[in-house]
Design a protein. Structure first.
Length: 109
């Protein structure tokens, strides 16, 4: 098949049309090489989705912290929290920490 016969084919005429060539080059450029390419948009979309999930997680954490703060607004609850978490005590008071064997991290040899 020679070049003259190839030029007569309908698909060859369509593909060698100047508009089709320019459009093809433009689409390839925009999809892969441009600074705002399709690949960059896909990466940014993944990052946005990840950040939105993190935002929801942090909103839930904020609501839990607000509940804890509301609970600790009374002096009795604040004292209970300080005693349990930080082992604080009043003056002239002794604290005894009781640890059970199953809660200790002892390596058995």
């Amino acid at each position: 098949m020679g070049f003259k016969e190839l030029k007569q084919k309908k698909w060859f005429k369509i593909l060698t049309n100047m508009y089709v060539l320019v459009l093809t080059i433009f689409v390839v450029w925009m999809a892969f090489f441009d600074t705002n390419s399709l690949l960059i948009h896909l990466e940014l979309r993944k990052e946005i989705k990840k950040l939105e999930q993190q935002k929801e997680f942090l909103k839930n954490e904020i609501t839990l912290d607000k509940k804890v703060l509301k609970k600790l607004s009374t002096p009795e609850e604040l004292e209970k929290f300080a005693r349990e978490k930080y082992y604080m005590k009043k003056e002239n008071e002794e604290i005894f920490l009781i640890e059970y064997e199953d809660s200790l991290d002892i390596k058995k040899e």
